[in-house]
Design a binder for this molecule. Structure first.
Ligand SMILES: NC(=O)c1ccc[n+]([C@@H]2O[C@H](COP(=O)([O-])OP(=O)(O)OC[C@H]3O[C@@H](n4cnc5c(N)ncnc54)[C@H](OP(=O)(O)O)[C@@H]3O)[C@@H](O)[C@H]2O)c1
Length: 262
């Protein structure tokens, strides 16, 4: 997507992937100036781990407590979060209801933080559900510093079919977002009370490796609408492109590149 955009605009740049082990995140970030890189994207599972190695955070990255884009300019390494913009733009294109009563995010990792910030802007209550509830609680505690919306943390186990709380938590949900990596490799989605949501509830999966991910397939079996995260990938990338280059991204070129099979 980025390389196609560079080519289309005749920019002599390249976008490369580096697999960085957890214990070497600091070294990788510190190498940016020495290698003459303009910036980086940061993905699973390093979005929080890079923060101590940066000089500055944008307002959005600070609110999320997670960074997906780094830019190096005038001797300063700045962390940004374009996942929030990516979600907002994609939900806009998909026509997701902009004023929700309840919304739910599954997972409490780096991306769940951006999801919770984006959901808070359009919901009266945001529920964060994680298999390690202490991670959901930490996320909610951090977000309360910058978000006025009602935020609640719960154990994901409470949302399994037949669990006591599933109806009360999901009964008024307008949007449920999968921000876990469950289903990424095609494995079946974990037990979740899809049927406790209203018929109009929209299911959004951050995973984009399949059009119908295991999470979306389970929702579709109960006739719930939904989308994978390909549009988010496009828009978070386009926003990062603009931050790095200062040039308006060629969205159509990027969209076409994404839709091509590797
Ligand atoms: N569409 C896009 O543009 C976009 C952008 C960002 C991320 N993503 C996707 O979003 C997903 C999450 O990324 P991330 O950076 O947030 O990863 P992360 O920081 O590693 O967090 C993953 C979260 O998923 C939970 N989890 C994993 N397997 C689970 C399971 N079987 N049951 C319940 N919970 C499970 C983890 O719980 P524990 O902490 O207990 O392990 C953690 O809360 C990835 O699939 C990534 O590819 C897509």
């Amino acid at each position: 997507m980025h390389n196609a955009a560079f080519r289309a605009l005749d920019l002599p740049w390249a976008y490369l992937a580096f697999a960085v082990p957890g214990e070497r995140v600091g070294e990788a970030v510190a190498a940016v100036p020495a290698l003459g890189l303009v910036g980086l994207n940061v993905t699973i599972p390093h979005k929080q781990a890079v923060i101590p190695h940066l000089d500055k955070l944008s307002r959005r990255a600070l609110a999320c407590g997670a960074v997906n884009t780094i830019v190096y300019r005038r001797g300063v390494l700045r962390g940004e979060n374009t996942d929030v913009i990516g979600l907002e733009r994609d939900w806009g294109e998909l026509g997701v209801e902009p004023r929700l009563r309840d919304s739910v995010v599954l997972g409490a990792g780096g991306s769940a933080r951006a999801v919770a910030v984006a959901l808070a802007a359009r919901s009266r209550r945001v529920i964060v559900a994680a298999r390690r509830p202490e991670r959901a609680e930490a996320l909610v505690r951090d977000l309360r510093k910058s978000v006025a919306t009602k935020l609640e943390a719960i154990d994901l186990a409470e949302l399994t079919p037949g669990a006591g709380d599933a109806e009360s938590v999901l009964g008024r949900a307008g949007l449920v977002v999968n921000a876990t990596s469950a289903g990424m490799k095609g494995e079946p989605f974990f037990g979740f009370a899809f049927g406790a949501t209203p018929r109009s509830c929209f299911f959004y999966d951050l995973i984009y490796t399949a059009r119908r991910t295991p999470f979306l397939a389970a929702a579709a079996r109960l006739r719930r609408p939904g989308s994978n995260g390909l549009g988010m990938l496009l828009h978070q990338g386009a926003a990062a492109f603009e931050i790095w280059t200062g040039v308006s991204p060629p969205l159509d070129v990027m969209r076409r590149a994404l839709s091509r099979k590797p």
